[in-house]
Design a protein around this ligand. Structure first.
Ligand code: ADP
Ligand code: TRP
Length: 312
């Protein structure tokens, strides 16, 4: 069986872009893959400096994963910070990776271009992400389109280590679900919490309604394309096309039906989410992190041996 690993930053409420980009494909993939789902808390620390918020987000995101259909018996759910081998390997990789290589990374270039603070952790973000992936001999990394470059970086870093010290790491492949690779937000740009254009995945019906009513409608074409692009994620397109034709120009009706179709998918998940306690989440994370640590330590022993810090 192929092994997968993916991670999500615990940096706020999930939106439907995260769901269709990662969580849904993952709940399908868990049927015929083994692998890991990681809470990237040390990655989140590059931007989130509020300890109470971080703690809450970590618990919430695991609740979100499980409510969205991820089964902790099928995929190991763990916390990055509880497996210190990740940051340990990052140091070893830091001694191989060049500054100029990291300067070309999108996430860093974008932040810099927007005049935001670029701490060293943010600069080094792709290196830590490479460690997350290669420590477990991962075959495939399911992510949204925006993470593709990070997986390419991972392959290059793994290959560089292998050339320097001998075959140690597998080079992973990304898996991007093309049809929904970029879920548009309410303004038509990529849905992202940093653009404030999201439809929340676990929002109340009132919150979902507010977001949907705010979707920008374009009166030029035959149908409001952003509304349609979001709607097709929730309903079969064969039914949708006729419905949009019949209700041409009637944006209010189209949006009301979209809200009902979102509710039909989201309401059962919201109920499941409410039944998962903090104690449940802590137990899942403890068991998952223990299991991940064991695998990561075996790999790190090999690395320490190969680079020459292990003396026997
Ligand atoms: P955000 O852009 O809201 O900050 P993140 O960067 O935390 O989202 O993304 C978490 C995961 O969800 C990533 O793997 C990313 O590719 C995926 N993802 C985020 N937004 C979308 C989107 N609009 N469409 C598809 N996938 C997305
Ligand atoms: N960078 C990813 C994001 O922003 C999160 C992440 C961290 C990740 N480590 C990972 C994703 C390893 C896949 C594999 O969404």
């Amino acid at each position: 069986m192929q092994k997968l690993l993916t991670g999500l930053q615990p940096s706020g409420a999930l939106h439907i872009g995260n769901y269709f980009g990662v969580l849904k494909p993952l709940s399908d993939m868990q049927k015929d893959h083994i692998g890991y789902l990681m809470v990237a808390d040390y990655h989140a620390l590059t931007t989130l400096k509020n300890p109470e918020e971080l703690r809450k987000n970590i618990l919430d995101i695991v609740r979100d994963y499980v409510a969205a259909g991820i089964d902790p018996k099928k995929l190991v759910i763990f916390q990055q910070s509880q497996v210190p081998q990740h940051t340990e390997l990052a140091w070893v990789f830091n001694t191989l990776v060049t500054m100029s290589f990291l300067e070309l990374a999108h996430a860093y270039k974008d932040k810099e271009a927007r005049g935001l603070e670029t701490n060293v952790g943010l600069f080094d973000y792709p290196v830590l992400m490479a460690c997350d992936i290669v420590l477990y001999d991962t075959d495939v990394v399911p992510v949204g389109q925006d993470q593709k470059q990070h997986v390419e970086y991972t392959r290059e870093i793994a290959a560089k280590f292998n050339r320097q010290y001998g075959e140690t790491f597998k080079e992973p492949k990304e898996q991007i679900l093309e049809s929904v690779a970029v879920v548009p937000g309410t303004d038509g740009k990529k849905m992202s919490k940093s653009y404030g254009n999201t439809i929340p995945l676990f929002g109340t019906k009132a919150e979902i309604t507010k977001a949907v009513m705010g979707i920008v409608t374009d009166s030029k074409g035959d149908r409001p394309e952003i509304v349609y692009a979001i709607h097709r994620l929730f309903k079969d397109e064969s039914k949708l096309e006729a419905f949009y034709r019949e209700n041409k120009g009637n944006y209010k009706t189209l949006k009301e039906v979209l809200i009902e179709d979102i509710e039909a998918v989201v309401a059962p998940m919201r109920e499941k989410r409410a039944s998962i306690t903090d104690a449940d989440v802590k137990q899942i994370l403890k068991e998952g992190s223990d299991e991940a640590r064991e695998a990561a330590e075996a790999k790190m022993r090999d690395v320490r041996q190969k680079v020459g810090v292990l003396l026997s």
